[in-house]
Design a protein around this ligand. Structure first.
Ligand SMILES: *[C@@H]1O[C@H](CO)[C@@H](O)[C@H](O)[C@H]1NC(C)=O
Ligand SMILES: *[C@@H]1O[C@H](CO)[C@@H](O)[C@H](O)[C@H]1NC(C)=O
Ligand SMILES: *[C@@H]1O[C@H](CO)[C@@H](O)[C@H](O)[C@H]1NC(C)=O
Ligand SMILES: *[C@@H]1O[C@H](CO)[C@@H](O)[C@H](O)[C@H]1NC(C)=O
Ligand SMILES: *[C@@H]1O[C@H](CO)[C@@H](O)[C@H](O)[C@H]1NC(C)=O
Ligand SMILES: *[C@@H]1O[C@H](CO)[C@@H](O)[C@H](O)[C@H]1NC(C)=O
Ligand SMILES: *[C@@H]1O[C@H](CO)[C@@H](O)[C@H](O)[C@H]1NC(C)=O
Ligand SMILES: *[C@@H]1O[C@H](CO)[C@@H](O)[C@H](O)[C@H]1NC(C)=O
Ligand SMILES: *[C@@H]1O[C@H](CO)[C@@H](O)[C@H](O)[C@H]1NC(C)=O
Length: 845
């Protein structure tokens, strides 16, 4: 029993001693565990340990306390070259060390810590110490991620140094610098433009960046372009960029109040992995780690400081920086900085600066005067005011007292709408772009340079057909006038307005000073645009110094109508021609000045009328009438073919060529409807026709013989009333065919009847053949005029006529009967006359 007890005792003692010794050994082991011990005891760290050994970093690690060492496991080095393993320096190592023991016992969340400080070898000039941010992410399930790298060997505690080793699956080699990281973030082009243009500001290191994505950018293209303009946009882009830049590393869970690089306070808070700015603006991606910074990405424009855009900034952004340069140089900056100014600006983009030579060459040419630059500004109207207008004259800021007068006369600009989205300015430049608005100002970028209107001649659209008037003005040197304090308005006879004045002009041209007076009369020494809406009558003067009275204004959408010295004038509102000294209106009237008295007798001197005048002079009664009546004046040659045996015959002829005033307009407006045109001979009316509006023909009313038509060659009126005009015709009007048959006396009369009847039948037969061919012509006229005419001659003749309808025959006979009637009643109180008419005789034979 004793022996057994002793044995038992011994066993227990040894067990006890052994256990104690073992326990003590275990205790001793734990107490002396170092970071290196952990690395060496875990084969996963063998590569990392070797790197540390090769670079003699073991002693450095051994003397650290209260740290976390981030140790990449062997597989993390798989892709590293041996070179990187050899050159792992102390500075490199420091990036893997957080000066704080961190374990998964930490409250879940993402936290930002900093690595130990290290020397930066990136810029050798002034090597300074840096730290890198390290994100430490603890999940609810105690899983860890460091700098977004999974930790596989976690919470290895080195008690001796109160430090943790966290084994990660990757090195930090993939972490880039802040600058590089920013570039890698997708959809951030606009942010980068901003960075570029503010490059001179704070260096991009040791910073937290609040990056906005393109979709979050509150800036449109031209605003971005402005911000990236090195000259004008620098301050603003610097300001915006600095407001997105926070010093140091801000991120992770917590509440931070920091000042941005502009010095304004910003609240950063986060309870989850996404941070918020000022507790309302949430990031879409947070805590992107770079070697020297942290990036938070925002998809909302709220993150971007708003800056006020004005016209200047917008113009720069729209590519008109050179224009802005000029305006500022010309002290016109006030037009660009006041957003409450209601105005519209038309300007072209600066020319491409790609080729310096071209740019330099252009700089010399393109510098515009202050006035010319001001012409690009439309006062008091922006695009909304244009929208509903079809055509309008707007006022620019170019108010040249020299050219247009000192008052409030500013050069106008014509805006004509083409369609919904486009319009044309000054009949010349098509604007199709949408306006850019800033404040109350609208800006249109146009393709062609808008120039101050030039002189009259180059401003007038050739379509107006004013070349003749312009030529006169040019010849008389009236197209350039000395600058007048009130500007000038030209009433340019255009279109076909001079047609009625051809003979008049011939006279004016042949008479010294007359043409000058006439052309001076069309220039008024005041400005009258076709949008004159005040409607007040006013008096002005023309270049001759005569007063002109303008009254009875009526303005509607398309026309401005008024009386100019009692002459009715209608201006089409589309037609104003803006030129440097005023405005010209193409009008269809020739506003002959009142003081320029022109008479028929003057006009008769302008062409070959010697014979006509001589004939007139035989009859003092007729001569006295010349200036109160319109005249049909046959050309001299055609008149000379006539020989008059009796003066009465001549007088009869002249009577048909002298028309009362009321007849004049009927000829001028010929072609509308055939009207009776009265002559001095109460028995003879004329009609006129203007087929296809080319030539105007006159015939004796009722005479359908086309051969008897006379053609109007030229016209010449004496006044704007158009009630007295001279018409040059190609041959005399033959009063009527009956005259000489009925005027023959005695037996000759009987023979005449016989011959007459025979020739009548013969002529009728001939005519019948003509009628058969040109049936339409005759029926058209006869149906309306002579349906109810009857006579014995008709019945007799009917027996002779065959092969045609009664109507046609009737009409033909009625014409001849009318001729007889004239002969008897109209001429009965005058001596019988005979008249040789070669042309007619030829025809009859
Ligand atoms: C480590 O932490 C302990 C306790 O928190 C402290 O007493 C000690 O001074 C620290 N060591 C270093 C080197 O900071
Ligand atoms: C980084 O920025 C923070 C905050 O401005 C500053 O306190 C710290 O000294 C900077 N670190 C370095 C290495 O410049
Ligand atoms: C972390 O890494 C994952 C993929 O490895 C990536 O999708 C994510 O964006 C990263 N997060 C940050 C904050 O870098
Ligand atoms: C945050 O708030 C401060 C002051 O309240 C303000 O100055 C700053 O502009 C705000 N930041 C952003 C991005 O809204
Ligand atoms: C502009 O012209 C169109 C068609 O010609 C017309 O319908 C419209 O009423 C005009 N508007 C104005 C403001 O004159
Ligand atoms: C224009 O002049 C005429 C005659 O000189 C005068 O009767 C008339 O009142 C004036 N009209 C205006 C609007 O001044
Ligand atoms: C404007 O007046 C002119 C001339 O009186 C007329 O021909 C035209 O039809 C009018 N236009 C409108 C839109 O009333
Ligand atoms: C017509 O009258 C003029 C002037 O009275 C005269 O010279 C001329 O001889 C007359 N002619 C005839 C044919 O009687
Ligand atoms: C001439 O025309 C007028 C109307 O203009 C008419 O009164 C007159 O009777 C006509 N005379 C003849 C001869 O047809």
């Amino acid at each position: 029993m004793r022996l057994a007890t002793i044995r038992h005792l011994l066993i227990s003692v040894t067990t006890c001693v052994l256990l104690n010794a073992l326990g003590a050994a275990a205790q001793q082991d734990q107490v002396t565990t170092t970071v290196i011990d952990i690395l060496s005891s875990n084969p996963e760290f063998s590569l990392f340990l070797r790197v540390l050994q090769r670079n003699q970093l073991i002693p450095y690690i051994n003397q650290l306390e209260n740290i976390t060492l981030i140790a990449p496991i062997n597989s993390a080095f798989a892709e590293s070259t041996s070179n990187t393993l050899e050159t792992f320096s102390l500075d490199d190592l420091n990036r893997y060390i957080v000066s704080q023991p961190l374990s998964s016992n930490h409250t879940p969340g993402l936290y930002i810590y900093q690595s130990k400080a290290y020397e930066n070898d990136r810029d050798t000039d002034h090597s300074s110490t840096y730290t890198s941010p390290i994100s430490f992410e603890v999940h609810e399930n105690k899983k860890l991620r460091l700098n977004n790298v999974t930790v596989v060997e976690k919470d290895l505690y080195a008690e001796t140094q109160n430090s943790y080793v966290q084994g990660t699956v990757a090195t930090f080699n993939h972490i880039l610098s802040l600058e590089e990281s920013l570039k890698r973030i997708p959809h951030s082009g606009k942010f980068h433009k901003l960075v570029e243009s503010s490059s001179s500001s704070s260096s991009l290191t040791n910073k937290t960046v609040l990056l906005f994505t393109n979709s979050a950018s509150p800036f449109n293209d031209h605003q971005i372009k402005y911000l990236s303009d090195g000259k004008y946009g620098k301050e603003d882009s610097k300001y915006i960029f600095n407001s997105l830049l926070l010093p140091g590393y801000i991120g992770g869970v917590g509440e931070f109040t920091v000042k941005d690089m502009n010095g304004f306070e910003v609240q950063i808070s986060s309870s989850s992995s996404l941070i918020s700015v000022n507790s309302t603006i949430r990031a879409s991606v947070s805590n992107i780690i770079a070697t020297d910074g942290i990036i938070h990405v925002f998809d909302t424009h709220e993150i971007v400081q708003s800056i006020e855009f004005n016209v200047l900034k917008t113009l720069v952004g729209l590519g008109c920086a050179a224009f802005v340069d000029e305006l500022l140089f010309q002290d016109l900056g006030y037009l660009l900085t006041d957003n409450s100014l209601k105005q519209t600006i038309f300007h072209t983009k600066d020319s491409d600066e790609s080729s310096d030579v071209a740019a330099a060459a252009q700089d010399e040419v393109e510098l515009l005067s202050r006035g010319e630059n001001l012409y690009h500004f439309v006062k008091d109207m922006n695009h909304e005011d244009f929208h509903d207008l079809n055509t309008t004259l707007v006022t620019t800021r170019y108010c040249s007292s020299k050219k247009l007068g000192s008052k409030d006369h500013c050069q106008r600009l014509k805006v004509g709408r083409l369609d919904e989205d486009s319009f044309v300015i000054n009949n010349n430049i098509i604007v199709q772009s949408q306006p850019v608005t800033v404040g109350a100002t609208s800006i249109y970028i146009i393709d062609e340079d808008l120039r101050v209107p030039h002189d009259l001649v180059s401003a007038v659209n050739p379509l107006f057909d004013c070349s003749r008037s312009l030529e006169y003005l040019h010849r008389l040197n009236l197209h350039r006038l000395p600058n007048h304090e009130n500007g000038y308005t030209y009433f340019l006879p255009c279109f076909k307005s001079l047609e009625n004045w051809e003979l008049t002009l011939k006279y004016l041209e042949s008479t010294t000073g007359s043409l000058m007076a006439a052309m001076k009369g069309i220039v008024m020494e005041d400005l009258l645009y076709s949008d004159y809406s005040e409607g007040d009558d006013f008096n002005s003067t023309n270049l001759l110094g005569d007063t002109v009275m303008l009254s009875d204004f009526e303005l509607n959408e398309t026309n401005l109508e008024f009386a100019y010295n009692d002459i009715h004038v209608s201006l089409n509102r589309l037609d104003d021609v803006i030129f440097d000294q005023g405005v010209a209106h193409p009008v269809d009237t020739f506003l002959i000045p009142d003081n320029l008295k022109i008479q028929n007798t003057d006009i008769l001197t302008a062409f070959d009328t010697v014979l006509f005048q001589k004939y007139l002079s035989f009859f003092p009664r007729l001569s006295a009438m010349v200036n109160d009546h319109s005249l049909l004046v046959p050309s001299g040659l055609s008149l000379s073919k006539f020989q008059f045996e009796k003066n009465t015959t001549l007088e009869q002829l002249l009577h048909v060529h002298i028309l009362p005033r009321e007849s004049t307009l009927k000829i001028l407006n010929c072609g509308v409807e055939t009207q009776d045109i009265r002559t001095l001979n109460p028995k003879v009316n004329l009609t006129c026709s203007s087929p296809a509006n080319h030539d105007t023909f006159i015939t004796v009313k009722g005479d359908n013989d086309i051969g008897n038509r006379v053609r109007i060659l030229k016209k010449g009126c004496v006044s704007n009333d158009h009630d007295i005009c001279i018409f040059e015709i190609d041959k005399p009007i033959e009063a009527d065919s009956g005259h000489f048959h009925v005027s023959l006396p005695g037996t000759a009369f009987a023979i005449g009847i016989l011959l007459g009847s025979l020739s009548m039948v013969f002529i009728l037969l001939c005519l019948m053949m003509v009628v058969a061919r040109t049936k339409g012509v005759f029926t058209a006229n006869s149906d309306t005029e002579n349906n109810n005419a009857t006579g014995t001659a008709v019945v007799d003749a009917n027996t002779v006529l065959t092969g045609s309808t009664v109507d046609e025959r009737t009409s033909l006979l009625v014409h001849s009967e009318n001729g007889f009637e004239h002969g008897y009643s109209g001429m009965s109180n005058t001596d019988p006359i005979s008249m040789q008419r070669p042309a007619k005789v030829d025809f009859a034979v």
